[in-house]
Design a protein around this ligand. Structure first.
Ligand SMILES: C[S@@+](CC[C@H](N)C(=O)[O-])C[C@H]1O[C@@H](n2cnc3c(N)ncnc32)[C@H](O)[C@@H]1O
Length: 644
């Protein structure tokens, strides 16, 4: 290994430098975003935008052509994925464009990903442990303690710096275990002159469990505050209200009009002393310092305030904290981002304060909680949910299995991909067949491609091959599915399943989970393949030109895989549903939410019939119904209707 020349005081961690002594950079991959859902945008606005942007693809690929204001078509963005790939992919459009980034990266506690979720109308709570992928992110971050934490965060800070505008700021929320390390690294990435402050958030008085133990009770966390370029940064000075004691002691005079004031000693140009009245109603208050002790953590708040904010997310931060940060370092219309957004506190506050926002999280549940939280904000502006979809999978396949430019290598990569998925599924590869890739027990297995949905024709071909070989069972594993396939699942006599049965083949459709791409989860065998859920709905036309959807059934086929504490609380099929939404005129591209219903912590009842929707003209329409279950999984089903 080359000798590393250390010329100044710096933080070094295992893996910081390459063998040759150069700084190890993480690859900055730029992948296209897919828009998977649009919320609160009217179809007319959408069509006009599409016409402008001339993009009519199967999925909306985000092309970043919109302007920087809502009038110019800007939509806020909630992105599901690993923030390393997500931020890398944002660079092309957003380098130098983000005005404020707040992050609250998970640190040494399993609670970072766990949450309590109420079930059904009674709202009995179950505690959800972190999922495999979340646990993996946690293990990655803490597997080697502080070393891996620093190695995870610092490369991301470099990308964040590039995303910030010249007047931009970064606030990092940290615990006492890591603050000192990250502060040193932050000075290296931003320059010591741009690390403005270390803020102590003293979040509440010690009580209960926190008061036990043999040491002084910890009651604070840190916020490290850095700017892209000191002096050019946005800084709005904040003031706190005077205390009652201060007001009573100081503002103890009242003028002829009944206004309270205190006499302030001043000296004029000639050096003569005079007194000026400082009126209480004119006074701004006490300038904010670096110790913030007036904001309680979510779980210590007054019950009414807590009930209004609480989402069940264990590490949720109070809105008041984000209000302060966003007010200090941004102005209305500015772009605010949170790349570890959790329950979406930053985004909710940015929305309420008239900022534009981008949020990212890798947890399915975090994205779902955030979506509901934003929907609960009055007049929430349109926003879209994006991911890197098949591009992330292609990238993973390329990085994991081979080189795209070499044909032989590509074939080998495909073979290795199939072998890898088969192994995770507990199946053996089979050779010499066209559509069948493996065998598990008595069942044959077909695996869908990473970059295309499994089609009905593809399943048919695999069923035919099974029938020809007199094999009685087929398991099809897919990442994405052609619209309408889920309804054909086992037990419901769907066309697909019926057709397979007629050919003597029992058909099972299983979802390949995102965890497959996570090396450690895969290595540990932590990967589960769930059968596709099934959704039944009835579409009625209560009046001329209207349609109304009623959910009739929702089936999660393999309930054995559902944790017992959840299963025991579920009384009826609808208890599995947390949220459902309807796109009244689905165009085979992005789901556009036209009507929505969901449970909140306060309102546990879920209507199973939508409001009637009125169409402008008669015709054939495709209605897409999307259900999100209590595990955060999506199931969508399309219905073709003729509206008269
Ligand atoms: C401490 S929580 C954030 C809580 C948030 N401040 C709030 O008020 O709800 C950290 C979040 O970071 C997310 N996370 C961890 N690693 C990530 C990664 N590599 N990419 C994106 N999100 C990640 C986790 O899923 C978790 O939701």
């Amino acid at each position: 290994m080359a000798k590393i020349e250390i010329t100044k005081t710096e933080l070094v961690w295992p893996g910081k430098y390459n063998e040759d002594g150069t700084l190890k950079e993480v690859p900055r991959v730029s992948l296209p975003f897919q828009v998977i859902e649009t919320i609160n945008e009217s179809r007319a606005t959408r069509e006009a935008r599409k016409e402008r942007e001339k993009q009519l693809t199967l999925f909306d690929i985000y092309e970043g052509k919109e302007g920087d204001t809502f009038e110019e078509g800007w939509k806020n963005k909630l992105i599901w994925g690993d923030n390393l790939l997500v931020m890398g992919s944002l660079l092309e459009k957003f380098a130098g464009k983000i005005d404020l980034i707040y992050i609250d990266p998970p640190f040494a506690t399993g609670a970072d990903f766990s949450f309590t979720a109420p079930i059904g109308e009674g709202g009995d709570e179950v505690f959800k442990e972190q999922s495999v992928i979340e646990e993996k992110a946690y293990r990655d971050t803490w597997g080697r303690g502080v070393d891996s934490y620093v190695a995870m965060l610092v490369p991301r800070l470099r990308i964040m710096r590039d995303l910030l505008s010249q007047s931009g700021s970064l606030f990092i929320h940290l615990g006492v275990q890591v603050n000192h390390f990250i502060r040193v690294a932050l000075e290296e990435v931003f320059g010591a002159e741009n690390v403005v402050d270390e803020i102590i958030w003293s979040y509440g008085t010690p009580s209960g469990g926190r008061a036990a133990g043999n040491k002084i009770i910890k009651a604070h966390e840190y916020l490290l505050y850095a700017v892209k370029s000191y002096g050019a940064h946005i800084y709005n000075k904040q003031f706190l209200r005077y205390s009652e004691k201060y007001i009573n002691e100081r503002f103890n005079k009242v003028d002829e009009e009944g206004r309270r004031y205190q006499p302030r000693k001043r000296v004029d140009e000639k050096g003569e002393v005079y007194y000026q009245r400082q009126y209480l109603d004119d006074a701004k208050g006490v300038p904010l310092s670096t110790v913030w002790s007036d904001i309680l953590q979510t779980y210590s708040m007054h019950l009414v305030k807590r009930a209004a904010e609480e989402t069940g997310y264990q590490t949720q931060k109070p809105e008041a904290l984000l209000e302060r940060i966003i007010s200090i370092a941004s102005n209305p219309g500015n772009l605010v981002a949170d790349f570890f957004c959790g329950s979406g506190t930053t985004l909710a506050v940015a929305e309420k304060l008239g900022r534009r926002w981008i949020g990212c999280d890798l947890g399915r549940w975090a994205i779902h909680v955030t979506r509901k939280r934003l929907l609960g904000i009055e007049n929430c502006k349109p926003f879209e949910i994006l991911n890197l979809g098949k591009y992330e999978r292609q990238y993973w396949q390329g990085v994991t299995f081979g080189d795209k430019n070499d044909k032989a290598a590509t074939e080998r990569a495909l073979y290795e991909y199939l072998a890898f998925i088969l192994k995770l599924y507990g199946a053996q590869p089979v050779e010499g067949m066209v559509h069948l890739h493996g065998k598990k027990g008595k069942a044959m297995v077909h695996i869908g491609a990473v970059d295309a949905p499994v089609t009905i024709a593809e399943i048919d071909a695999a069923v035919d091959e099974c029938a020809k070989l007199k094999q009685g069972e087929l398991h099809v594993l897919g990442w994405e599915w052609e619209m309408g396939i889920a309804a054909s699942n086992e037990g419901k006599g769907g066309l697909m399943h019926e057709a397979a049965k007629k050919k003597g083949v029992k058909l099972l459709l299983l979802q390949i989970p995102r965890e497959v791409m996570e090396e450690q989860a895969a290595a540990k065998g932590d990967v589960r393949f769930f059968e596709l859920a099934y959704l039944e709905a009835e579409i009625k036309q209560p009046k001329k030109l209207t349609a109304q959807v009623t959910l009739k059934d929702f089936v999660i086929p393999n309930t054995d895989l559902i944790p017992e504490d959840v299963r025991s609380k579920v009384k009826k099929w609808s208890d599995y549903i947390d949220y459902w939404a309807v796109d009244w005129d689905f165009q085979n591209d992005t789901f556009m939410q036209g009507w929505v219903a969901y449970r909140t912590r306060k309102e546990r009842k879920l209507p199973l019939s939508s409001d009637p929707h009125t169409y402008e003209k008669p015709g054939k329409y495709r209605i897409l119904v999307k259900v999100i279950d209590i595990f955060g999984n999506d199931t969508s089903q399309a219905f073709d209707v003729e509206v008269k």
